[in-house]
Design a protein around this ligand. Sequence first.
Ligand code: NAP
Length: 206
Amino acid sequence: MKKKIGIMGGSFDPVHSGHIGLAEDALREAGLDCVILIPTAVQPFKQDAKAADGNHRLNMLKLAAENNERFIVSDYELCNKGISYTYLTMRAMQQEADNACPDGADLYFITGTDSFLKIDTWMNGEELLTNYGYIVGTRPGYRQDELEEFMDFVREEYGTYVINLSRVQLDVSSTEIRERIKSGLSISNFVPPAVERYIKENELYI
Ligand code: NAP
């Protein structure tokens, strides 16, 4: 039987419970076999932003993913350095999955609403929307009408398979977490305990 593999790319600077909630819901609701979490080397739309070191972001992601045996953390983009274009990563993941799975595999990119609404402006957006499925999550109060309109558009225009997850995720962003740390506020409601410990031990974002 064909495998169903979720791919979730992100800056993960740092990873938080909104990211993990999104990946867990995608796994369950879409009946995926596994989710591969991939931290970016350089996010194409954040090339001027200074992100935390890739090894730290990778280590935090591994800690956040360790309780779910269906989560796999990949250093694919970090090892490739350069700009992390999603179409290149998806091509590589598809090839790897086809080699590993005798009956082949369908790939589903897991994403939040903001990113998904811009996906047709990404490098080779048409290829992305034609070749892969999409599982889209939302945060409280999040552009639902715009999302539904765009989902209809890509289904019609590219034949894209896309679903919107039923649960709204925790209202948190990596930016907010970095700001809270700078202001000396607690982040324990927003990140897994092991990630909070790692941030403290390595004096990140201060
Ligand atoms: P990020 O900030 O770490 O977020 C990762 C994903 O989690 C995003 O889709 C984000 O949705 C979602 N998310 C974050 N907090 C959430 C919450 N509280 N509830 C629900 N969803 C939440 O990563 P990023 O910098 O946006 O990058 C996302 C991916 O897009 C990366 O793989 C990047 O390489 C790719 N990308 C590719 C191109 C390209 O190929 N040209 C261009 C841009 C981005 P939101 O988008 O809604 O924040």
